[in-house]
Write a protein that binds this ligand. Structure first.
Ligand SMILES: [Zn+2]
Length: 64
């Protein structure tokens, strides 16, 4: 997901609570940043933050 798209998502989501059900790789100007974006609320996570969220889930959806 492009960084620009994540900013739009964040505005649309409006800061509501989110359990971050799915993540997409973050791209900026076509290059991977190494971070991940919640596809629901648009929040950006580092690889480590994303891994910690996914780790406590019983069943992980590993879709790209
Ligand atoms: Zn989220």
């Amino acid at each position: 997901m492009q960084k620009k798209r994540a900013v739009v998502l964040q505005q649309e989501w409006g800061g509501k609570p989110c359990d971050h059900p799915a993540f997409a790789k973050e791209y900026d100007l076509g290059a991977r940043t190494g971070s991940f974006i919640c596809t629901q609320c648009g929040r950006t996570f580092t690889f480590r933050e994303k891994a910690e969220i996914v780790a406590v889930r019983p069943a992980e959806d590993t879709a790209e």
